[in-house]
Design a protein around this ligand. Structure first.
Ligand code: FES
Length: 184
């Protein structure tokens, strides 16, 4: 029982024994020692894989890891760009003339709402509702409105005045450069 288990775990040993028997038989006069090496079982160095199981079509583990690392970095960058403002620093958001006094504008592509509560005073808030993450869609009557469950936020400070939203809209950093409003 024990021998059978060992045999099944080390199949290379029986191959070695067969090779030794064959070599002894050949040395016994059937063939010269120079012809013992079998060309079909001894690959040349150029044919032999660098690692057991390696294939010329398969990338090495190092290459695969490098590719995975690059993809991971790309995924990380993509993940950071969703709704954040850090990677938009300096991005042009709107023209001053686009923002009505006493109102504002939702800039969906930038996920930001820019308001102008009084002439010449600009504010910006995240356009992502603090309730369940809907994007706010409208600015009217001094309020920023979320269409999903009716939360309303003041254009002056982003504080909610009605609806289920638990927190104000986070403020976003902007600056006015000439007639352009950009991310700070
Ligand atoms: S997600 Fe805005 S009110 Fe519910």
């Amino acid at each position: 029982m024990r021998t059978a288990v060992r045999g099944s775990w080390f199949p290379g040993r029986s191959v070695l024994r067969r090779g030794a028997r064959r070599a002894r038989a050949k040395l016994g006069g059937m063939e010269s020692p120079e012809s013992l090496e079998s060309p079909e079982t001894s690959p040349t160095p150029s044919e032999a894989p660098a690692h057991p199981g390696a294939s010329p079509r398969c990338p090495s583990r190092r290459t695969a890891l490098a590719a995975a690392g690059a993809l991971g970095a790309a995924a990380l960058v993509a993940g950071c760009s969703g709704g954040g403002s850090d990677d938009e620093s300096g991005a042009q958001l709107a023209r001053v003339s686009d923002i009505p006094v006493g109102g504002g504008k939702v800039l969906k592509d930038h996920k930001v709402v820019v308001t102008q509560p009084v002439a010449g005073e600009f504010k910006a808030f995240s356009a992502v509702c603090t309730h369940q993450g809907c994007t706010v869609t409208r600015v009217a009557n001094g309020m920023i409105e979320c269409p999903c469950h009716g939360s309303r936020f003041r254009i002056t400070d982003g504080v909610m005045t009605s609806g289920p939203a638990p927190r104000p809209l986070p403020a976003e950093e902007i600056k006015v450069t000439g007639d352009t409003i950009v991310r700070a």
